[in-house]
Design a binder for this molecule. Structure first.
Ligand code: ADP
Ligand code: ADP
Length: 218
């Protein structure tokens, strides 16, 4: 992943918010990078642009050698589905579907077949085997987040983007979830970028990028 001179400005001069103000960095394949910074520093805006969920004011984002900022909406949707897995703070699970159905839904919606051996492996690593018929609201926060992780990785995306994945979890569960995420990212050589407020959690990654007022602190 290569981010080059990325900017996102909201509003009009003179009341402009420079949410992301000329950020550049690269992340190697298989690397696990944390983004830290105070509330409002631009972390979510940055991650959303890397994931193609938000369009930059200027600058480029290259993923797997492709400039996603020059793609059409359709191209971007296909690219995102194939190559990027998202994990959010609120899990975003569908309450009326079982754990199993939640995990396989994105792949099935995409008209693809589930790799059963891989699914087995993932459920095993995330200790979800006994829970596959449960509804999300019968699980703890940590278990729900593990379901969200399984859903994000089951389509074998090259890139995983996580926005405060431990934001609703206690510190022990947070550590456990991140260690699992780390295991998964190493095992399947996925590149992982995670936003967190928690420095202890960030320290479990390979590298920390600190964002202050829309810029990388160096
Ligand atoms: P966090 O601090 O957890 O990243 P925020 O509460 O800052 O989340 O933002 C939540 C959502 O609200 C985001 O989608 C963001 O783009 C949007 N948002 C944040 N600030 C504003 C604003 N000033 N005007 C409009 N939307 C905003
Ligand atoms: P963080 O994730 O670090 O909390 P955000 O990326 O959510 O920060 O927000 C960075 C800045 O951009 C904040 O000042 C926020 O209010 C502003 N912002 C975010 N989204 C919007 C939006 N949709 N419209 C206007 N301002 C926004």
């Amino acid at each position: 992943i290569s981010v080059e001179h990325l900017k996102k400005y909201y509003g009009k001069v003179p009341n402009q918010t420079k949410a992301v103000n000329d950020i550049s960095f690269s992340v190697q394949k298989g690397e696990f990078v944390s983004i830290i910074g105070s509330s409002g520093s631009g972390k979510s805006t940055l991650l959303n642009m890397i994931g193609g969920l938000d369009t930059p004011t200027s600058g480029n984002v290259y993923i797997l050698g492709k400039d996603i900022t020059s793609m059409s909406e359709e191209e971007l949707t296909l690219f995102r589905r194939k190559n990027i897995g998202f994990i959010f703070q609120n899990y975003n699970l569908i309450p009326v579907l079982s754990v199993y159905e939640n995990i396989v839904l994105p792949v099935e919606l995409d008209g693809r077949k589930i790799d059963k051996d891989f699914l087995d492996d993932v459920l095993d690593i995330l200790s979800l085997k006994e829970k596959i018929f449960n509804l999300p609201n019968t699980l703890s926060g940590g278990q729900q987040q593990r379901v969200a992780i399984a859903r994000a990785i089951i389509s074998k995306p090259a890139v995983i983007l996580a926005d405060e994945p431990t934001g609703n979890l206690d510190s022990k569960t947070s550590g456990d979830v991140i260690k699992l995420l780390r295991t998964v990212n190493q095992r399947f050589e996925q590149t992982l970028i995670m936003i967190t407020h928690n420095l202890e959690i960030a320290q479990l990654s390979d590298r920390i990028i600190n964002i202050i007022d829309g810029k990388v602190d160096i």
